[in-house]
Design a protein around this ligand. Structure first.
Ligand SMILES: *Cc1c(COP(=O)(O)O)cnc(C)c1O
Length: 420
């Protein structure tokens, strides 16, 4: 399926007159429609809530839009908690799914009344010295071994640093129960970026079964199951999208087969999706500023891996549309590169594309999640602005671009940068 940008060339050029490239831009309409579909797909479950994984797009305006659509926030650090508090999320609107958690983060999460998701059994004693136990807590489970979906290995939980073993989660529940905790949740994140509609249903089956066993073994009240994130998006044009309605129905089926017959039909389903909520609804717009012909053909753009790290870091594919040349012949092959002094700073390698001229605007698709947020300042590169394409077609800047002053702000050499 052709990937269609949510901006035309004309729109992008108008925007670039006001906000210089490169910039990340988000499509409010797409974000809202998708969030509504997620809520519809799980509407069969009374307590359903999506806690948007803040790390994917830690921009207050985005969290606010999702809040208006009924979503909470999944945080794993102090500043992510601050963003959530700033947009008015509180108490059980916030899930705190952290690991290697500093004491001050636990204290802050407890103060906000967030649902704390313990990554490890030793965190219980660690937490006890910091704050009283809330009535409702969650524990993160790691089944070990290999996680498979119909003979395909999805991931290796045994190699993952997260969560507790089967023995430990039982012990943790008993321990927390003895300390007065009343309501328990179970959380697991076993595979990332899965476009298979079977991932959540498979994971649910495993966690529902575990919930039934843990209830029998410990006598605790299990009030929710958190399926966490991991639902993927079609980065490549030939991939097909996950169908959230099929996924929702698959989870319902597992629920009705396992939880309902065991008298556990008050269990709420939570999710912590990041990529699925935002990925397709963000793009990085960048301008071609150089061409180079050596052993290969290169197009140099004004964005670099500091704006979007996924290709450099994981070799991830991001589709690129040359705006205005949507229907042009694909008769050139390029490496599309940024200007970092790192040869992995390439948005595309050997990509077949239309002929690119200097000044063309390139729309790098699917940067809405884990895009801007993975940015960094290598080579002294500055972070770009983030823009919102609103439902009425106007554009709002939701984060300004970094300036040189921001970059120098952490130096304390009095006077040195005063004239810059
Ligand atoms: C990263 C993360 C998510 C979101 O993952 P996606 O792949 O973006 O859906 C959810 N929960 C936790 C605990 C995470 O670390």
């Amino acid at each position: 399926m052709a990937k269609v940008p949510f901006l035309t060339e004309e729109q992008a050029r108008k925007i670039a007159e006001v906000y210089p490239t490169p910039f990340h831009i988000y499509d409010e309409k797409g974000i809202r429609e998708n969030a509504r579909n997620v809520n519809k797909a799980f509407a069969w479950n009374k307590g359903f809530k999506e806690y948007f994984a803040v790390k994917a797009t830690p921009t207050p305006k985005i969290i606010e839009i999702l809040k208006e659509e009924g979503c909470g926030a999944d945080c794993s650090s102090y500043t992510e908690l601050q963003i959530s508090e700033a947009v008015g999320l509180k108490g059980h609107d916030i899930m705190f799914s952290s690991n290697v958690t500093p004491a001050e983060d636990f204290i802050y999460a407890a103060k906000l009344g967030a649902i704390i998701n313990f990554d490890d059994i030793t965190h219980i004693d660690f937490f006890e010295k910091l704050a009283p136990f809330p009535e409702t807590v969650c524990c993160r489970y790691n089944p070990g071994g290999v996680f498979q979906i119909s003979n395909e290995i999805m991931d290796h939980p045994s190699q993952a640093k997260y969560g507790m073993t089967r023995e430990q989660i039982k012990e943790a529940f008993l321990k927390l129960k003895a300390k007065g905790v009343k309501n328990f949740g179970i959380h697991a994140f076993l595979a990332s970026s899965t476009v298979a509609n079977t991932y959540y249903p498979m994971l649910s089956r495993m966690l529902f079964q575990l919930a039934v066993e843990l209830k029998e073994e410990t006598g605790v009240h299990i009030s929710f199951i958190n399926l966490s994130g991991g639902i993927g998006i079609p980065y490549r044009p030939e991939e097909s999208a996950s169908d959230i309605f099929v996924i929702g129905e698959g989870v319902r089926k597992a629920y009705e087969e396992i939880l309902t017959p065991n008298g556990m039909d008050d269990v709420a389903i939570f999710t912590e999706m990041g990529r699925f909520m935002l990925g397709p609804y963000g793009a990085l717009v960048t301008k071609a500023i150089h061409e180079k012909h050596i052993y290969k053909e290169y197009i140099g753009v004004d964005a670099c891996a500091a704006n979007l790290m996924r290709p450099a870091m994981y070799g991830a594919y991001h589709h690129i549309t040359v705006l205005g040349k949507e229907n042009a012949k694909l008769d050139h092959e390029y490496d599309i590169t940024g200007g970092l002094c790192e040869n992995n700073d390439k948005f595309a390698i050997d990509r077949v594309m239309p002929k690119i001229e200097i000044g063309d605007l390139l729309f790098i698709h699917d940067t809405g999640a884990h895009g801007f947020s993975m940015g960094y300042n290598y080579n002294g590169k500055l972070r770009s602005a983030e823009l919102l394409l609103k439902e009425d077609g106007t554009v709002e800047m939701i984060r300004r671009a970094e300036t040189n002053k921001d970059y120098f702000a952490t130096f304390d050499f009095t006077g040195l940068f005063d004239n810059i």
